[in-house]
Every structure is written in structure tokens, then in C-alpha cells.
Design a protein around this ligand. Structure first.
Ligand code: ADP
Ligand code: MG
Length: 318
């Protein structure tokens, strides 16, 4: 079995491109570009809570970074650095090699340096920290939504939660729908480019990790506004469309986590610019509602009636 230091040297040490000093010392050293702020975020993945014990190491390595990059995307920051704290039951070199391959496949795509971390023995637990840069005062925050703004959603939602519902026996998916939903759960695409291009267009942004209604609710709370959303306007994948009115699928669309799409708000004056941004990114951007005075998120059915939601999203302690 390899030692802790062999694992680090063999699988996690690569020369950094944007850091003064990377893996190997007591701390990494980074220099932030002039006129920029450092955006920092961390997200933990715990076995049995965030992933099923049988998920592949490759998928897990990818996802551990993806969910973190999604947070930087939601801030409109350019990702640059990552740190990885890993707790593993054993020094399984094959597992670590595959995990690193998944992690670096995404890190390379976004030009992110792994600059340090920690490796210990314990229950499987993965904690990634990412840092990026955003021009001073230009970050997309949760507290900027204004009454009258449109509410926008990138891509579509529900697939990842449908895969989880299938796994729990709450919903029966058949191939190829199951494979499609499973891929969306295992390999979410962090909307980094979209986040960067929303600077100057969006008044607020959040990534959907806990569920659309819960996360939009966070934006509303921080901005001290309410949101009025039309269920019919919320896109789901073509694959999920035939099941769209089944209760577990409605729940997946409105309250399912793990999609990592961006939900953002923008003044109506920016509609045509956002539509052309969608065209240039090749990513659907849909207007799903609007920001109103007051508080909370109301979802309306086709008749305009408020829908009653059993659960709004994921909360670890409820
Ligand atoms: P220390 O004992 O000083 O905390 P460690 O022995 O834990 O240092 O780590 C040695 C070096 O390897 C440090 O630079 C640390 O950041 C890095 N490192 C440890 N684990 C990882 C990991 N999983 N991924 C990337 N770098 C790591
Ligand atoms: Mg250490």
C-alpha cells in the first residue's frame, strides 16, 4: 500500500500555472491580480449523504470539483486555484488514481491549479476548496435582485434528482432515460462561462444545488424580495418531458438538488442581450418568473393557481 506522501506525490502534485508555490510546502502562495477580489468557496462530499457508496472514483473526482466550480460560476468569478482535503478508508492507489483523473479532467478544462490539501485516513469524505478572481465590485451576489426583475434559469432542471428518486425507488426510470439522468447526476456541468458573461447583465445569481425553489428562496431572502414563478416556464429535459406531470418529477424539477444550473435575475431591459448570450453559449436561458415585492417563492400552475409544495429543497438538518 502506498504511503500518504506517495499518494500526494504520485497523484496530486502538478506544477501550478497561476500560483507562486503549489503542493509541497506548509502552505501554498498565490498572488491575486491587481484590481481583483478573491472569491473563495468550499463544498464537502460525504459518502452516504452526497454520493452513493458505489459511485466510481472517476465520477467522484469530477463531481467534487464540479460542485465547487459551480459556486464560483454563481459569483461570476474566474476559477484559478483549488485545494483538496481527502479522508479515505485505505490508501487504494487505483481508487486515488481514478479520482485524480476525474478531478484533473475538469481542472484542466478550466485551467485550475490544485495547490494543496490534506490526506488522512477515515470515512470517505472529500472536501474541495476553490478560489477564483473577480474584478473589484463586479461579483454576482445573492442580494441584488429588485422587484420587476426577470428570473432566469440556465439549461433545465430535474434530471439529477430524478436519478436519485429512481435509486430510492420513488420513481421508475427506464433506459435510455435512466442513463441520461444518471449522467446529469454524476457529471454536472458548472456554468462557469455563463457566470462570467453575466457580469453587468444579472442583478443576482445563485447555483442550484439544493433545489430551484429553495435556492431562489435564498436569493429572495438575501435581496428582501419575493419571486413569482410559472411551473410551465421551467424547462426540463426532453427526456423527462413525458413524465413532467408525475408527482415525483414535479418534486425533482422544483425541489430536486444537484442540477448545478444558475438561477439569476436581471432587469427586463436586458432580455435581448441575455437571449443573444444564450445563442452564443449554445445554452438555453429561460425566463421562468419575476421578482416582486414581499417575500418567498410562489410557483403557479397553468391556471395561475399557487402550487402547494410538500418540500422546497434539501436541508441537511430537517
Ligand atoms: P502538513 O503536515 O504540513 O500539513 P501535509 O503532509 O499534510 O503537510 O501535506 C504536504 C503537502 O501536500 C502540502 O503542500 C499539502 O498542501 C499537500 N497535500 C496534501 N494532501 C493533498 C491532496 N489530497 N491534494 C493536494 N495536495 C495535497
Ligand atoms: Mg496537512
Amino acid at each position: 500500500m502506498p504511503s500518504e506522501f506517495e499518494l500526494i506525490a504520485n497523484y496530486f502534485t502538478r506544477p501550478p500555472r497561476h500560483a507562486v508555490l503549489g503542493v509541497g510546502d506548509d502552505a501554498a502562495l498565490i498572488a491575486v491580480s491587481h484590481g481583483h477580489e478573491l472569491a473563495a468557496s468550499t463544498d464537502m462530499l460525504v459518502e452516504g449523504v452526497h454520493f452513493f457508496p458505489d459511485v466510481s472514483a472517476l465520477a467522484l473526482g469530477y463531481k467534487a470539483l464540479a460542485v465547487n466550480l459551480s459556486d464560483l460560476a454563481a459569483m461570476g468569478a474566474t476559477p484559478k486555484w483549488a485545494m483538496l482535503a481527502l479522508s479515505l478508508p485505505a490508501a487504494d492507489a487505483g481508487w486515488v488514481r481514478d479520482f485524480a483523473a476525474g478531478f484533473f479532467s475538469l481542472a484542466e478544462r478550466h485551467d485550475v491549479d490544485l495547490i494543496g490539501g490534506d490526506t488522512t485516513r477515515g470515512p470517505r469524505n472529500i472536501c474541495v476548496q476553490v478560489m477564483g478572481e473577480v474584478a473589484q465590485g463586479r461579483a454576482l451576489r445573492r442580494d441584488g435582485a429588485k422587484p420587476g426583475d426577470d428570473v432566469w434559469l440556465s439549461g433545465h432542471v430535474g434530471d439529477a434528482a430524478a436519478a436519485v428518486a429512481h435509486r430510492k425507488g420513488e420513481l421508475l426510470l427506464r433506459e435510455p432515460l435512466l442513463g441520461h439522468c444518471q449522467a446529469r447526476l454524476d457529471r454536472p456541468t458548472p456554468r462557469v462561462e455563463l457566470g462570467l458573461r453575466l457580469a453587468g447583465l444579472a442583478s443576482s445569481a445563485i447555483d442550484i444545488s439544493d433545489g430551484l425553489i429553495a435556492d431562489l428562496g435564498h436569493t429572495c431572502e438575501r435581496s428582501r424580495v419575493g419571486a413569482d414563478v410559472e411551473f410551465a416556464g421551467i424547462p426540463c429535459s426532453a427526456e423527462l418531458m413525458p413524465l413532467r406531470h408525475h408527482a415525483p418529477v414535479i418534486r425533482a424539477i422544483l425541489a430536486g438538488g444537484d442540477d448545478y444550473e444558475l438561477c439569476f435575475t436581471a432587469a427586463p431591459a436586458n432580455r435581448s442581450r441575455i437571449d443573444s448570450l444564450a445563442g452564443s453559449l449554445g445554452l438555453a436561458l429561460s425566463r421562468i418568473g419575476r421578482i416582486i415585492d414581499g417575500g418567498g417563492v410562489t410557483v403557479r400552475d397553468e391556471k395561475g393557481q399557487p402550487m402547494v409544495l410538500q418540500e422546497k429543497g434539501f436541508d441537511h438538518f430537517r
